[in-house]
Design a protein around this ligand. Structure first.
Ligand SMILES: C[S@@+](CC[C@H](N)C(=O)[O-])C[C@H]1O[C@@H](n2cnc3c(N)ncnc32)[C@H](O)[C@@H]1O
Length: 263
């Protein structure tokens, strides 16, 4: 394929906007006015050291890949196979453009996290960054990742609100004991019925204990927490029998993120 000129890249970037990932493609900034500035490069700088420098021979799945920032970074580390999935066509087109400009051999596929079983493949590193709080069924997503795609490492991030300390509850409490529920650091998922930061797809805001507890409960051992909201985990056995459920689907229950919910 002929190399794109800077002018062509600029035109494609404008056509595919707005961008959530602010990347530089052939000198063209994809989101120069981003509210988090040089995002996600400025975030990645704070936890890049926990991921192996050399990923040669390894496979990576980037769930909710958006414009592919993390997929590209993993390819730069020499990953053998990188697959980015997202359920949003425009983000996937952005990711494909970024990979083309960077001449990176990355596959991008339209897939919801709830359909990961369709891949029929496990990955050495699964990246699940910035997606959990956008899901109505967050624990189901973690259960599905454990059951179908994670082989070893999981890099996880969630928007978090509330206490940042991690409290690990006892294995059991007497029925009369209730005080622990009132601790700010007890695992809590704050449910967002309407919207947060103007975004109706923000459904949950866990505190740090809830992120850690949900990961453990889905069968992921937390190895490192390089940032308050970033967890590096290793897949282990699930602590209980409980795992993913598979509700029967009605042909009418499709999902369109672009549609506002009915009030
Ligand atoms: C906040 S962005 C995070 C992007 C990137 N992972 C990061 O950390 O910068 C959330 C992404 O998850 C995608 N997403 C949300 N729900 C999803 C779902 N059910 N299945 C697949 N992707 C989803 C969105 O389209 C969006 O690209």
């Amino acid at each position: 394929m002929a190399e794109l000129s800077a002018a062509q890249v600029r035109a494609r970037v404008a056509e595919l906007g707005p961008w959530f990932h602010n990347m530089e493609l052939k000198g063209v900034r994809t989101a120069p006015d981003h509210f988090l500035h040089d995002y996600p490069a400025n975030k990645f700088a704070r936890f890049a050291h926990v991921i192996p420098d050399d990923l040669s021979g390894r496979s990576v799945l980037d769930i909710g890949c958006n414009a592919g920032f993390y997929s590209l970074e993993m390819k730069r580390r020499g990953a053998n196979r990188v697959l980015g999935v997202d359920f949003d066509d425009r983000y996937l087109d952005q990711a494909r453009l970024a990979a083309e400009v960077e001449d990176a051999d990355i596959e991008f596929r339209k897939l919801s996290v709830y359909d990961l079983a369709k891949l029929g493949e496990r990955f050495d590193l699964v990246i699940f960054m910035g997606v959990l709080y956008h899901l109505r069924h967050p624990l189901l997503a973690l259960d599905l990742i454990h059951e179908h795609v994670a082989d070893d490492l999981l890099l996880f991030q969630s928007m978090q609100r509330g206490a940042n300390d991690i409290f690990e509850p006892e294995i059991d409490y007497d029925f009369s004991q209730t005080a622990h529920f009132d601790r700010p650091d007890y695992p809590k998922l704050h449910f967002i019925e309407h919207r947060y930061a103007g975004d109706w797809t923000n459904w949950w805001a866990p505190n740090a204990s809830a992120s850690a507890a949900m990961l453990r409960s889905a069968g992921f051992q937390v190895l490192d927490r390089p940032e308050e909201e970033v967890f590096l985990c290793r897949r282990t056995e699930r602590p209980t029998e409980a795992g993913a459920v598979y509700p029967a689907r009605s042909p009418l229950n499709g999902h369109d993120k672009t549609k506002e919910p009915r009030r």
